[in-house]
Design a protein around this ligand. Structure first.
Ligand code: 2P0
Length: 332
């Protein structure tokens, strides 16, 4: 439709990322600073597309997510837009419309792609010229893992040392094309998860007896994964990624009440992936705060991996994606 006079309008796309060395826990909940650094891969064919239109004179934000409004999500989006409004020195509301081409809130990091796209589009709409690092810092404040989706390929989000959080920022390790692994995502439930990540992390830090061991061992895992990525050493990346995934879940399971993000099919998928690897297929698994299993594999193995996962009772669907680029502008 025609722009209202003075409306400031832009659209951006970002993709979800999957952590191979996991983020779990916060050292500062206001600035959203992580207890640990993390390393991820940004995906390509799953996306969030977000359009933002600031309207001078409008008091409130109007938010539509996949054609619907959601009060809790709208509050998070307003809080994120407030950071951009502060930077730009404006105080008016926006119309936000966002679409995902994959299921929301089921452990597929919709908040990562969603807030990366929102920060990118919002900054463009307000005419803010922000570096990618500055966009990553703002995206981090909106949702931790969104810091990583500003960039494509293999990405590290640093723990950072500064109290103001300006160095807790993501940066690229390796381009997607430099090591084009593929990812099969086994969907084992389409329901929204019962305990969101922020609440899960809070509960874990407060009650899991493994929290300090988790924090103490993360630097070594990051070193190992970074070296495996730079050497394109699949077996080394497989070992460290499954280790970090299982360690994160063990940490969270030991919270009170324990966080159990898996269902039976998730576990069957883990066994199947390990059986494939024992047969010589280059594949490993990772699982986030939800029941989907992500199998990362060499390009030549993708059909075999998808077939094996599809075969497992309880697997509803298997998506397939490569690695992709960071957040970018779309025609508005
Ligand atoms: C990760 N997860 O590294 C970890 C592994 C899920 C499991 O980042 O509270 O939505 O917005 O900073 O980024 C999901 O948590 O949490 C997540 P907030 P976020 O991908």
């Amino acid at each position: 439709r025609a722009d209202a006079p003075g409306a400031l309008h832009a659209a951006s796309q970002a993709q979800p990322n999957i952590a191979l060395v996991k983020y779990w826990g916060k050292r500062d909940t206001v600035l959203n600073l992580p207890a640990v650094g993390s390393i991820s891969i940004t995906l390509d064919s799953l996306w969030t597309r977000t359009e933002v239109r600031f309207v001078p004179g409008q008091k409130h934000d109007q938010v539509s997510l996949n054609g619907r409004s959601d009060e809790a999500e709208s509050r998070r989006i307003t809080a994120c837009l407030d950071l951009l409004r502060q930077r730009a020195g404006v105080d008016y509301g926006a119309e936000v419309s966002s679409q995902n081409n994959f299921p929301t809130a089921a452990g597929l990091a919709s908040s990562a792609s969603g807030f990366a796209a929102l920060v990118h589009a919002g900054a463009q709409a307000l005419g803010l010229t922000l570096s990618l690092a500055e966009q990553s810092v703002l995206a981090r404040r909106c949702s931790g893992s969104a810091a990583r989706s500003i960039f494509g390929g293999y990405v590290e989000w640093a723990h950072g040392k500064l109290a103001d959080g300006t160095d807790s920022v993501a940066s690229p390790l390796l381009d997607a094309q430099a090591w084009p692994l593929r990812v099969a995502v086994a969907i084992t439930s389409k329901a929204a998860k019962q305990v969101g990540s922020s609440e899960g992390m809070r509960r874990t830090a407060q009650t899991s007896p493994y929290q300090s061991a988790w924090v103490d061992t993360q630097e070594a895992d990051l070193d190992t994964a970074r070296a495996a990525i730079l050497a394109r050493d699949f077996d080394a990346l497989a070992q460290i990624s499954e280790y970090s995934c299982l360690k994160m879940h063990a940490l969270a399971m030991a919270a009170q009440p324990g966080l159990l993000y898996w269902n039976g099919a998730t576990v069957e998928c883990m066994h199947r992936v390990r059986a494939l690897r024992q047969q010589g297929v280059p594949v490993f698994f990772t699982v986030d705060a939800g029941p989907q299993l992500k199998a990362v594999c060499a390009p030549a193995a993708i059909e075999q991996v998808k077939d094996a996962l599809r075969d497992i009772p309880g697997v509803l669907d298997v998506l397939d994606t490569g690695l992709g680029e960071g957040a970018r502008a779309m025609p508005a």
